[in-house]
Design a protein around this ligand. Structure first.
Ligand code: CO
Length: 289
């Protein structure tokens, strides 16, 4: 096996998104536009909201890619133009293939909005190949207890496998193209080597503590872009990190806000379809909850 070494390490910046919530964003950044097929990595919070403070992203469209939401703390409420509605709690994952178009809202739950509380999670955007950009929207919602978990024999490295395979645990989520999405928790002295096929782009984002990725120390808030090889070696430091990998699409990317297509014409069409209501709308009926 050839261990992949970081070819660059970038530090996430903070910015405001949606209705004004703070994200820590390692991708895209000034140094790194995208890592094909990954378009965006947003760490939402961690933030401790007081009563009435919590904000989210009200109704907005997506076309041409996938949004993957992974809740770590708090409650994330979503509703969309296809009639889906639900709440993600710690450890739950929603893998949404926006395809031809979805309008959705992503908000902290009503309880968090009213009473306050801690909110922490990730949203990652995965590009779709041209052949799937106009596919029917598809949802995979997996509760925390159904996300496969595994640990090394010494228990010092533990993983939750959202996509791909690690330590014999195979994800239940089915991805459109080969994707690895793993949440690793490392203790001091942890040492694990994870096979990641050589044809995939690979990234490691440390969001707690610090870890050694290949032969390099990566601190909290840093994203390591990994070079060639067919395995990733992770060593602790007490740390938590996301290991991401995906098959590069190698197609032209034209990105305009919430639309990611292959040409300017397709972007113009997306804007038109959105403005003329062809991506649908969220049907809200009076609720008593
Ligand atoms: Co969205």
């Amino acid at each position: 096996m050839t261990i992949r070494q970081p070819s660059s390490v970038v530090t996430a910046h903070r910015q405001l998104e949606g209705g004004g919530f703070v994200v820590r964003r390692p991708l895209p950044s000034d140094e790194l536009e995208m890592v094909d097929p990954f378009l965006l990595i947003d760490e939402m919070g961690p933030v401790e909201y007081g009563p009435g403070e919590a904000v989210g992203a009200p109704d907005h469209p997506h076309r041409g890619f996938e949004t993957v939401t992974y809740a770590l703390a708090g409650e994330f409420e979503h509703e969309d133009s296809a009639g889906h509605r639900g709440v993600l709690r710690a450890g739950d994952v929603q893998w949404m293939t926006a395809g031809a178009g979805v309008i959705h809202s992503e908000m902290p739950s009503r309880r968090i909005r009213e009473e306050g509380g801690r909110v922490h999670g990730f949203q990652i955007w995965v590009n779709l190949p041209a052949r799937l950009k106009m596919a029917r929207p598809r949802y995979q919602e997996v509760p925390a207890k159904k996300i496969p978990q595994a640990a090394t024999a010494d228990g010092k490295a533990r993983v939750r496998v959202v996509a791909g395979e690690a330590l014999g645990a195979r994800a239940v989520i089915d991805t459109q193209t080969p994707i690895v999405y793993q949440d690793w928790s490392l203790d001091e002295g942890a040492d694990v080597t994870v096979p990641v096929p050589g044809n995939l782009s690979a990234l490691a984002y440390v969001f707690e503590g610090s870890a050694r990725v290949g032969d390099r120390d990566v601190a909290e808030g840093q994203l390591a872009v990994l070079g060639t090889g067919d395995a990733v070696r992770l060593r602790g430091g007490k740390a938590r990190l996301l290991l991401l990998a995906g098959e590069p699409l190698r197609e032209r990317v034209v990105h305009y806000g919430p639309f990611v297509m292959n040409s300017d014409e397709e972007i113009v069409q997306a804007v038109r379809d959105f403005q003329s209501g062809r991506m649908g709308e969220i049907t809200r009926t009076a609720r008593v909850d």
